[in-house]
Ligand binder design. Structure first.
Ligand SMILES: [Zn+2]
Ligand SMILES: [Zn+2]
Length: 101
């Protein structure tokens, strides 16, 4: 694996760099957390002035952090399920209206 040579170490995480979205520049960043990629959120290791800069690779998440993320994801799923159900009902209503016309 060859590393990129650059003048300045990137501040955005590699997921955001790949997706070309704005990174909040904290690890794990909001973008990755929103996508459930918090554990893979890290900055690209690069060579700056001949030195490898493996930008503060995050330490393994603590049990508390994992629990917090778990709760957050559960809430998110509940939220999405609630929203999806409403949309589905609206769709059915719209279809029956169509048929009557
Ligand atoms: Zn990011
Ligand atoms: Zn990220």
């Amino acid at each position: 694996m060859s590393m990129r040579r650059t003048q300045r170490a990137p501040q955005s995480c590699s997921n955001c760099t790949k997706r070309k979205v704005k990174c909040t520049k904290v690890l794990p960043c909001t973008e990755c957390l929103d996508r459930g990629l918090g554990s893979s959120c890290r900055r690209e290791a690069v060579v700056v002035k001949g030195r490898v800069v493996n930008n503060d690779t995050p330490t393994a998440p603590t049990k508390d952090e994992l629990q917090m993320e778990n709760v957050r994801l559960r809430n998110r799923i509940r939220e999405l399920e609630a929203r999806g159900g409403q949309e589905h009902q609206a769709e059915i209503g719209g279809t029956s209206l169509w048929r009557r016309q």
